[in-house]
Design a protein around this ligand. Structure first.
Ligand code: ATP
Ligand code: MG
Length: 445
């Protein structure tokens, strides 16, 4: 993409309404525009990152054997009467009447609808295990929408639902979700710690929240510092193997890590003092096992091998897809702007032309731009007629992890400059070597 052809409405001034750095940087970098309290348009740069995050979520869900579908945003109230939640849900639910005066709602979550799909089409244990998920907009009429996309009213969520024959099988699904979430967040450059949580309005026995440590997080967290060192890395996990998946979960949930809702001071105090930490975290996901809470009242049964009918064991598992943009920025920025991890960056590299209009420099930039595209990369070429300082400031603000700087002085030596946004370190390379280096950096992303 050439910047002169792109739509990147960056702001020079700090927007007054933004209280936290991720919200400020998303507005300044022209990623989002607020349309009503907690409701945003996703401008091209923000939309691109959102799509990258969605893509990672899809890949990791499907790697775990979970199947994508798409349910609507609007739902009939009657479905929610079957579970009893239409009355329980309260003011966060946006209730709507259509022209026939039918009661509808904008879905805050989809347990009822997925259970309805299941009961309409599945009736045998032979069709289990089954996990279905979608990535869809939700609406919750939050009392205090704030912090930009972190606490929106309309927000994008991945929500998945498992259907299993018994509790042991459903807990395996729970564990699969935990491992797939760990991998998902790591690919986004995040450390998200699973913490034992309270079940809240969804109701259930087993539940963990995934928290990204950040001073601006809304949850108070208590943890053993050693938990932040755990990494899944690129180890292969066989998602079909119950024992293996359970062992990974054990590794990640044994050290103390809890939110204020489940915190137990007497357990916390057993951690060696130098490893005890109190901080704040952003909830970027949550997994639940809730047994037959919905299948029972809604009649989602299957026939077992001995011919009896049993309600299926279920769980629901969510990732805050749009909130993740804010969480990533909170975890990765400096005073000049965003620093995107390679896994989610909107463009792989920026090209800065130091002397726009100079025939040799323009030609070198065009050559580099074409070579990067031919290598399967997605560059952003700043071809504006602007001072170098302004171009650097824009690149730093929008946070591309790699910048290629091209000017007459380097070209006279046959080199361009490759700079890491994170470390600030630069290296002089021939254009070919720079392309090869970037190709290597992005080889498995
Ligand atoms: P919170 O405690 O932050 O209100 P929740 O526990 O009610 O969230 P879940 O039902 O667990 O939310 O939804 C799954 C995920 O969706 C959450 O882990 C969070 O990342 C995201 N999410 C929830 N509410 C919002 C919101 N208002 N704006 C953006 N993302 C949200
Ligand atoms: Mg939650």
């Amino acid at each position: 993409m050439r910047l002169t052809r792109y739509f990147l409405p960056v702001l020079k001034e700090n927007p007054a309404e933004a209280q936290i750095v991720s919200h400020r940087l998303m507005l300044r970098a022209g990623m989002i525009k607020q349309q009503a309290a907690g409701i945003y348009s996703w401008l091209p740069l923000g939309f691109k990152v959102l799509k990258r995050i969605e893509q990672i979520v899809h890949e990791e869900q499907q790697r775990a054997g979970h199947i994508p579908l798409l349910m609507p945003t609007l739902q009939p109230a009657d479905l929610w009467r079957e579970s009893g939640r239409y009355d329980d849900y309260g003011q966060e639910m946006l209730r709507i009447r259509d022209r026939q005066d039918r009661e509808m709602l904008y879905g805050p979550t989809n347990e009822e609808m997925i259970t309805d799909i299941f009961r309409s089409h599945v009736s045998s244990y032979k069709d289990l295990p089954l996990t279905l998920y979608h990535i869809q907009w939700k609406f919750r009429d939050e009392m205090r929408p704030r912090f930009g996309v972190m606490r929106g009213r309309e927000f994008l969520m991945k929500d998945g639902y498992n259907f299993d024959i018994d509790k042991a099988a459903a807990l395996h699904a729970y564990n699969r979700h935990m491992v797939s979430y760990l991998r998902t967040y790591e690919r986004m450059g995040l450390t998200a710690i699973p913490m034992r949580a309270d079940s809240g309005p969804i109701g259930g026995d087993d539940t963990h929240e995934f928290l990204v440590l950040a001073a601006t997080g809304e949850s108070e967290v208590f943890y053993d510092a050693a938990v932040t060192e755990l990494k899944l890395g690129d180890r292969a996990v066989d998602y079909e193997n119950r024992a293996e998946v359970a062992e990974v979960c054990r590794e990640f949930t044994t050290l103390y890590a809890r939110t204020d809702e489940t915190h137990k001071p007497e357990l916390f105090d057993q951690i060696p003092a130098e490893r005890r930490r109190v901080g704040r975290g952003i909830e970027v996901g949550q997994i639940f096992y809730f047994g037959t809470k919905y299948s029972d009242p809604m009649g989602a049964n299957v026939v077992t091998p001995d011919g009896s009918r049993v309600p299926v064991h279920m769980g629901s598992h969510g990732i805050g897809v749009s909130r993740l943009l804010g969480a990533i920025i909170e975890a990765s920025h400096d005073e000049r702007g965003i620093i995107w991890p390679e896994g989610v960056t909107p463009f792989h590299a920026g090209i800065v032309n130091l002397k726009q209009g100079d025939a040799g420099t323009d030609a070198a930039c065009e050559g580099l731009y074409a070579a990067l595209k031919a290598a399967g990369l997605d560059p952003l070429y700043d071809d504006r007629d602007e001072r170098a300082g302004a171009k650097f400031a824009t690149m730093d603000l929008i946070g591309l992890p790699w910048r290629l700087t091209v000017g007459p002085r380097g070209l006279a030596k046959g080199v361009v400059e490759l700079t890491s946004r994170r470390s600030g370190e630069s290296e002089e390379l021939t254009a070919e070597a720079a392309v090869a280096r970037l190709r290597e950096i992005y080889a498995d992303r």
